[in-house]
Every structure is written in C-alpha cells, then in structure tokens.
Design a protein around this ligand. Structure first.
Ligand code: FMN
Length: 155
C-alpha cells in the first residue's frame, strides 16, 4: 500500500513530527504543499491530508491541494495537531472527499505545542506535544488503517 500525505506544518513542526512517526511504519511519501507545485496522486493507493489547526480549521493550502489534486474515488484519511481548540478540525477536507466520492478511512489528531498570540506570554500550551505516546498512537493508527485496507483488497 503506497501512501502520500500532503501536509502543511509551520508553527513548531508538530504535524510533521506525527507524519514522520507514521512514515517509520509504512511506505509513505510526505508532500509539503508549500513546496510542491504539482503532484500526481493517481499512483498512490491511499492519500492523507494533514495540517496544524490555524483559526479552528485546516490550513488553506492543504484544502486547495485536496480540491485540485485528489483523484475521485481514492481512499483518504486526515491528520491534524492543535493547541487546545480544534474547531471544525478536518471538516473542510472531509467535504471535498465527499464531493469526490472518496472513502474516508479515518482521522488522527493530537495536541501540538502552541505559542500563538497570548499563549506565548505564558510559555505556550500543550507543551511537549506531540510526545512519545502521541507518536506511538499515530503509528498504531496508520498500521490499523493499512490492515483494514489490505483485508479489503484481499476479499
Ligand atoms: C496562526 C495560528 C493559529 C492557530 N489557531 C489555533 C486554533 O484555532 N485552535 C487550536 O487549538 N490551535 C491553534 N493553533 C495552534 C496549532 O494548531 C498547534 O500548535 C499545531 O500543533 C501547529 O502545528 P504545526 O507545528 O504542524 O504547524 C494556532 C497556531 C497558529 C500559529
């Protein structure tokens, strides 16, 4: 199962840390949506979209990437990190997946160190996250996802 995860991670690289943990246990290409101008996602079995939560939602560039490049019918999953209030989380990319008839395999989220705005004055929130336990949950999430997908393919 070859997977691509298209992501945006800038604040503290929290989301990227989670994705790197997943990439340790699977065949995953990590695609930074700010550096890749174009991509062919048809060649992958499964696509992830990942972002920090900024202003209660996914970063715009990831959403636009999904709108432009996600092939119809391709299985997808979502990953995000947030400081304390995830708001609508992955809802906007879920909506794009629905419009493109893409089966949604699941969603993983965890806290990520946040020093945005006033939080900076007090040393930030969700300090130390993602921590080793978060990363282990992320690895397990991906492995479970792949187990289900492989079982589906074998049927
Ligand atoms: C501009 C900005 C806006 C943010 N908005 C939210 C928010 O609405 N809710 C929340 O829980 N965290 C918010 N955060 C915190 C980030 O979601 C959190 O730190 C996340 O782990 C950042 O991911 P990254 O390091 O991969 O960029 C915000 C951070 C920044 C810089």
């Amino acid at each position: 199962m070859k997977t691509a995860i298209c992501y945006y991670s800038r604040h503290h690289g929290n989301t990227r840390k989670v994705l790197e943990a997943m990439a340790e246990v699977g065949e995953i290409d990590l695609i930074d949506v700010t550096t890749r101008q174009a991509v062919r996602l048809e060649h992958y079995d499964c696509i992830g979209f990942a972002s920090g939560i900024y202003g209660f939602t996914f970063q715009k560039a990831v959403v636009e990437f999904a709108r432009q490049y996600l092939p119809c019918g391709k299985p997808v999953f979502f990953v995000y990190t947030y400081g304390g209030a995830k708001g609508s989380g992955a809802k906007v990319v879920q909506e794009i997946a629905r419009e493109k008839n893409c089966p949604v395999l699941g969603e993983f989220s965890c806290k990520g160190y946040d020093t945005f705005g006033p939080f900076k004055l007090t040393g930030g929130i969700a300090k130390g996250h993602p921590d080793e336990q978060d990363l282990e949950h992320a690895r397990r999430f991906y492995l479970t996802l792949m187990e289900h997908e492989n079982r589906g393919v074998q049927k």
